[in-house]
Design a binder for this molecule. Structure first.
Ligand code: PLP
Length: 444
């Protein structure tokens, strides 16, 4: 099928967008040159662009749409709620339903607080940690993405020259980041116990929390080592520091989330994406004793949370329907498909002249072009030329009717089965062959 789709309507849409949005864009992570595909609709595992081309979608809105598109359970819950009302200035029972579902799934989730995004969930967890410990600093792994709160953006994209040497000095991501923000962030190297301990030891008296993602997408989508997690848990408990597991992306790894599979209990867990059934959401959860920091029933709580659309019933009912449809058996089926995808794509890369590596876990995978062993931020880092090549490959996959995210990340959805993985493998192989051709043509 598909080769070099006709995409003139997407191109025109960008021209229109450029007049009213800077760069024609309102989410930097989806910016694409010369123009992005504008999508019109989705059904099951497929999406259709404004020019009428169909794609097998492994983006699933940055992993959020675990049921793909047009899921009947999510849709009917939403339609019923639309008729009842979109949002209110009072709580609705829909938020209790979703909170109960989540607390029932995860043993250490005794209480939940909802937010509108994963970024906001991370921000609320950090505020909670600061209020509980009365300390200002946070520690995060170099290169790890935790959303757009100023503090967690620190050292999101250090270049090789900035790589940590144990100095734990944060690097600003956005221009204008105050020095005071940088001063409150301690940067640790992912999965490196010795270097991390050296850094944390120096800051232990001023640290409120350590934030860790068990499967950090920008750190190569490499799973956290059990020994690293155990070290973080032990060190933080010993020094009165909170451990926050950021599972906005990785909650899908098991029925009980990501960190539960390691048998390690954090103080707080942040999540979002799949638990909103495709609508905006975020959440913070933990033991009641910790979550008490948000409790307004005895006067102004240590951390007061607001938000016009927090726990809005549309997100709540869509999330509840999505979670009910995501049984333990279904997650295991999806994870087995993920393992199949990783192994077949790895084999295709190994057999090709291009070479490469596939990382990931559960129903997530990430493709790296060129020979490299990806194990941390430094080894996952794309220099400019490597980034160009990855973009070229992702565009070739798109021409074959496969959508991957710009960093090479793929997320499976429940409408997928072995047939979709077989389709992915065949088209991925064709895109690789084209990439190899362009490379040899450039060399010749
Ligand atoms: C680990 C992690 N934390 C936080 C966020 C931010 O979530 P949101 O985009 O909903 O603000 C993301 C988003 O990709 C994420 O992957």
């Amino acid at each position: 099928m598909a080769c070099q789709h006709q995409t003139s309507i997407s191109r025109l849409a960008l021209e229109r967008a450029k007049k009213v949005m800077p760069g024609g864009n309102t989410r930097s992570s989806v910016y694409e040159a010369p123009f992005p595909l504008y999508l019109k609709s989705g059904n099951g595992a497929h999406v259709v662009d404004v020019d009428g081309n169909a794609y097998l979608d492994f983006q699933n809105n940055f992993t959020a749409l675990i049921h793909g598109y047009d899921h009947p359970g999510v849709n009917s819950a939403l339609m019923a709620q639309i008729r009842r009302g979109l949002s209110f200035a009072n709580p609705t029972e829909s938020e209790i339903d979703l909170a109960e579902i989540l607390c029932h799934r995860v043993p250490f989730f005794e209480q939940v607080r909802f937010t509108n995004t994963g970024s906001e969930a991370v921000m609320m967890a950090i505020k909670a940690a600061r209020a509980i410990t009365r300390r200002p600093k946070i520690a995060k792994c170099e290169g790890a993405y935790h959303g757009n709160y100023d503090y967690v953006e620190v050292s999101l994209d250090p270049v090789p020259a900035d790589w940590q040497t144990g100095a734990a000095k944060g690097k600003a991501y956005n221009d204008g980041t105050p020095a005071s923000v940088l001063a409150e962030v301690v940067v640790i190297p992912f999965n490196d116990v010795v270097a991390t301990e050296r850094v944390l030891e120096r800051h232990k008296k001023t640290l409120a929390c350590v934030v860790v993602d068990p499967l950090p997408s920008r750190v190569g989508l490499v799973p956290v080592d059990l020994s690293y997690l155990r070290f973080l848990r032990e060190f933080t408990a010993r020094h009165g520091i909170l451990l926050i597991s950021d599972e906005v992306l990785s909650f899908r790894l098991s029925y009980r989330g990501a960190i539960s599979t390691y048998g390690v209990e954090p103080d707080l867990c942040t999540f979002g994406k799949i638990v909103g059934g495709g609508l905006p959401i975020g959440a913070v959860a933990g033991r009641a004793e910790t979550m008490r920091v948000f409790d307004p029933s005895r006067g102004k709580p240590p951390v007061s949370q607001s938000g016009t659309f927090t726990a809005n019933p549309l997100s709540m009912v869509a999330g509840a329907a999505a979670m009910r449809a995501l049984s333990e058996v279904e997650i295991e089926r999806l994870n087995a498909l993920g393992a199949q995808a990783r192994s077949q794509l790895s084999a295709a890369l190994a057999a090709s002249a291009v070479g490469g590596h596939v990382t990931g876990a559960g129903s997530l995978f990430c493709v790296f072009i060129g020979d490299r062993d990806v194990k941390d931020y430094a080894s996952a880092y794309h220099a400019w030329q490597q980034r160009q090549r990855l973009s070229q490959f992702i565009a070739l996959c798109r021409d074959e009717g496969i959508l991957l995210s710009r960093i090479g990340l793929g997320a499976l959805s429940t409408p997928m089965a072995t047939a979709e993985i077989a389709t992915l493998t065949v088209r991925f192989g064709r895109a690789l062959a084209k990439l190899a051709d362009t490379t040899s043509a450039a060399v010749a």
